[in-house]
Ligand binder design. Sequence first.
Ligand code: GTR
Length: 421
Amino acid sequence: MNKLILFFFFFTLMSGASAQFQAIENEDDVPEYKLPDPLKAFNGKNIRNTKKWESKRRPELLKFFTQNMYGEIPGTLEISSVELLEKSASALNGAAERKQVDLYFKNSGKTLHFTVLMYLPKTAGKKPIFLGYNFLGNHTITDDVNIVISSAWAPDNPSYGIINNQLTEQSRGVGSDRWPVEKIIDAGFGLATIYYGEVDPDIDDFSNGIHPLLYVDDQQQPADNEWGAITAWAWGLSRTMDYFETDDSIDESKVIVLGHSRLGKTALWAGARDQRFAAVISNNSGCGGAALSKRRFGETIWRINRSFPHWFCKNFKYYSKNEEKLPVDQHELIALIAPRPVYIASAEEDLWADPKGEFLSAMYASPVYKLYGKEGIDLTEMPALNQPIQNTVAYHIRTGKHNITDFDWDQYLKWATKYVK
Ligand code: GTR
């Protein structure tokens, strides 16, 4: 076969494979699967108490997720300097304090920085705070003209005025329906957010973002077990936590990490890795987040690895169309957060993220919470639409699409007031 024929052979094979991908959207089409028991170690021994969970099972699960799914951070990088970019004692018509702080990182001649935008209630003492990335730049979360526009790379999107990969004034406030800042402040919480592209641009290119700061010698991309983008973003959240520990206005024992969609996957992984986060909220995180992989409903491992080859570590490709070989599933990612409060939220029309798989994950993580005497999800059927179950493990499915809405935030504020504040 000459090269051209070979090329067409592979081309047809590959395009055929993608044309054939039909997401499962019907419960009847879900294949039979067997979930691993979070309370049975890889060696078959039962885990009967929190001591064994903490000394044996939790570490082995964390190691598996690290080495085979999200990837290891190959070294440590601490904040090299903190710079106050801007501050106001009277933001949001006097309701809040605003701060924009730059965190700088330096290693082997390379530098990276990202900006943490914070709104804090004007109450006395240290404040509990929500921490979550935004998709399109800090300046999109409110129409506050003082928010500095990031110069980091962003995917072109002319309807938001993102041209030549640069964010512009045109998108100021466009995400405000996802960020009810006044409501958060009124409930007595602060809000901190970062443009995720400042930590690692969301593109399959490992020459930018945080990864190169930890390359050794002439390394060009992470090794098979090293960090993809989700771990890079989770790393950024942990460094923000390092900063919170030095900021007298923030209660570092009451940081709730949250995220929507790919950033919900990130919030779960950040909370699983870093036990300093007091609570975790996953909003419509789907495949690689809260949804069970073995159900193969909606987005699958193969599909996500193909569309977003940079999100997970390379080792994870082994499980594409090979879910039965996975010795873990996403309920065990949620279990890694125990005994800290965790909220999993789905949307009825978001079949791509498999609402039922997200519910089952929360349910099957619950035995680990029970070990700690905490109340998880003890229903076996999904709750009705818009009827949250708010225990230490919380779950809701609301009407509507893949999004983070006022309804979602109302539930998170109520739950965080009870379980964190
Ligand atoms: C989709 C992706 C999902 C989810 C979503 C998002 O294209 O398939 O896994 O992460 O993007 O982040 O909005």
